[in-house]
Design a protein around this ligand. Structure first.
Ligand code: SF4
Length: 429
C-alpha cells in the first residue's frame, strides 16, 4: 500500500517534474496530455491510449491529472458530512452484481417506517450532517407516493436538511407506479424537497454490458433521459461508473465520453464518482468465473486520473470513494486527479452487503487527516460543493502552489423555459 501511495507524485508542477516527464515519454502520449493541459477535450480514442500507459507514461498521466486538479479547484480536498439511509433492501429486479437486495420473505429484509427515516435524518442533523442520501431497493409493495412521503417526513422534521435521493432506477420505478411521466414525477419530488439526485444505476452505459449486469431493465437511453430530465428541471445530479467486472477500458472511455456530452448539454452534474466493483458477496462474481474481482490498483489510479483528464473543463469534482477504495487508496487518489473523498456516511449498507471491507462511518477528523496526508488543505463542503468549513493544516503544506478558493465550484443549473424535456413513457411495471 505504501508503495502504491509513493508512486503518486507529490509535486506535479512548478518544479519542472511534469515538464521533464512529458519530454521523456512517447510523443503519442505526451501530445494527448499536453492537449488536456491546454484545456482541449481529448477524444475517447485518446482516453483509451491513456489506459494503456505504464511506467513513466503512467507517472506523466498521474502528474497531469494532479496538475489539472490543482488548476481547477486549488490545493484542497473536500468531504461532506452525510448519512446514508437505505430505506429498504427488498428488491426483485435481480441485478446480477447486487449483493444488497433481498426477497420480502428473506431473513434480514427490511422496510423502514417514515418515522424511522425521519428520526435517522434528525440524528444525522444533530451530528452535523448537511445531507442525507436516501436510496432503496425497488420493493414490490411500494406505492408511487412512497418517494414523496419520504421527502415529506424528513422535511417536516428537519426542514433544512439537503435531501440527495433516489437513483434513476427508483425514479423510473416510482414514475411507473404513479402513472406519471418522468418529468412530472421528478417535478413533484422537487416540489416536496428533493435537493439533488445520485447518478447511480449508471453502472456502465453500454447496452451489451448492461444486459449482463441488469438484464438491461433500465436501459442506457432511459438512464440518460431521466438524468437529463432532472437537469432540465434544475435538479443537479452526480454521475458514477461501476467498473472492474465484465467491462474493459473501451467501455470506460465511452462511458466517460457520454457523461461529458450530457454535461456539455445541461451542466447538471456536480461530480463524477468512479466506483470499483466490490465482488466478495456479489452473485455476478460468485456465479461466473469470467467476472473479474474488481479493478486492479493500476486501473483504479488510471480511472481517477483519466476521469480528471477527460472531464477537464466540464466536471470540476472527481470523487474518490473511501467506502470502495479504503482510506489509504482514497488518499492516494487525491494526488491522481481526485479532489473529493465523499461523505462520512453513517449506516452505509450497500457496499458492506456486497462484502466491502471498509467501515460504515469515518469521523470528520479522519477525513481531514486523509486529505492532509495527501498534502492538501481540507474543506468541508455541502452537497453542491459550497464550502462549509475550512481546516487549519496541522503540519506545514509542502507543495502549495495556490490556496483553496473560498467557494469551490458551486453548481448552478440554468433552467431555460424552452428546454425540451425527454419523456419516458409511463405505465405500471
Ligand atoms: S442494484 Fe438496486 S435495482 Fe438492482 S437488484 Fe440491487 S437493489 Fe435492486
Amino acid at each position: 500500500m505504501n508503495n502504491y501511495i509513493s508512486m503518486v507524485p507529490l509535486s506535479s508542477g512548478g518544479d519542472g517534474s511534469l515538464t521533464a516527464l512529458l519530454t521523456s515519454i512517447s510523443p503519442k502520449v505526451s501530445d494527448i496530455l499536453n492537449k488536456a493541459l491546454n484545456d482541449e477535450d481529448i477524444s475517447e480514442q485518446e482516453g483509451l491510449v491513456l489506459f494503456d500507459t505504464q511506467g513513466l507514461e503512467l507517472d506523466a498521466l498521474i502528474a497531469t491529472a494532479d496538475e489539472l486538479r490543482m488548476k481547477t479547484v486549488g490545493n484542497c480536498g473536500t468531504f461532506v458530512i452525510t448519512r446514508n439511509i437505505n430505506f429498504t433492501n427488498v428488491c426483485n429486479m435481480g441485478c446480477k452484481f447486487c449483493g444488497f437486495a433481498k426477497r420480502k420473505s428473506e431473513a434480514g429484509a427490511e422496510l423502514l417506517s417514515m418515522d424511522e427515516i425521519a428520526n435517522r435524518a434528525q440524528e444525522a442533523w444533530d451530528r452535523g450532517a448537511t445531507e442525507v442520501c436516501i436510496q432503496g431497493g425497488l420493493h414490490p409493495d411500494l406505492k408511487g407516493d412512497h418517494y414523496r412521503n419520504i421527502l415529506k417526513a424528513i422535511k417536516t422534521q428537519v426542514p433544512e436538511m439537503h435531501i440527495h435521493a433516489f437513483s434513476p432506477f427508483e425514479i423510473w420505478y416510482g414514475a411507473r407506479k404513479s402513472r406519471m411521466s418522468t418529468a412530472d414525477f421528478i417535478q413533484d419530488l422537487i416540489d416536496h424537497g428533493l435537493g439533488s439526485m445520485p447518478g447511480t444505476a449508471a453502472e456502465i452505459l453500454d447496452v451489451e454490458i448492461r444486459k449482463q449486469l441488469t438484464k438491461d431493465k433500465l436501459s442506457t437511453e432511459q438512464w440518460v433521459d431521466i438524468i437529463t430530465t432532472a437537469h432540465k428541471l434544475g435538479l443537479p445530479t452526480t454521475a458514477t461508473i461501476m467498473y472492474g467486472h465484465v467491462d474493459s477500458p473501451k467501455h470506460w472511455v465511452e462511458h466517460i465520453g457520454k457523461i461529458r456530452s450530457i454535461q456539455q448539454q445541461t451542466g447538471g452534474f456536480t461530480e463524477f464518482v468512479p466506483l470499483g466493483f466490490v465482488h466478495y458477496e456479489s452473485p455476478l462474481y460468485l456465479s461466473n468465473p469470467n467476472v473479474r474481482p474488481g479493478p486492479t490498483p493500476d486501473e483504479n489510479i488510471k480511472m481517477h486520473a483519466i476521469s480528471r483528464v477527460m472531464l477537464n473543463g466540464w466536471i470540476d469534482n472527481i470523487q474518490a470513494s473511501w467506502v470502495k477504495l479504503g482510506p489509504d487508496y482514497a488518499t492516494a487518489m487525491l494526488r491522481a486527479g481526485a479532489n473529493d473523498i465523499g461523505g462520512t456516511l453513517m449506516n452505509e449498507s450497500i457496499t458492506r452487503a456486497s462484502g466491502g471491507k471498509n467501515g460504515q462511518e469515518i469521523m470528520p477528523a479522519d477525513m481531514v487527516m486523509m486529505i492532509e496526508k495527501a498534502g492538501l488543505s481540507a474543506v468541508r463542503r455541502n452537497t453542491l460543493y459550497k464550502s462549509v468549513e475550512t481546516f487549519e493544516r496541522s503540519s506545514p503544506l509542502e507543495i502549495v502552489k495556490n490556496t483553496c478558493p473560498q467557494t469551490i465550484s458551486v453548481v448552478e443549473i440554468a433552467v431555460t423555459e424552452d428546454a425540451a424535456l425527454p419523456r419516458v413513457s409511463g405505465g405500471l411495471l
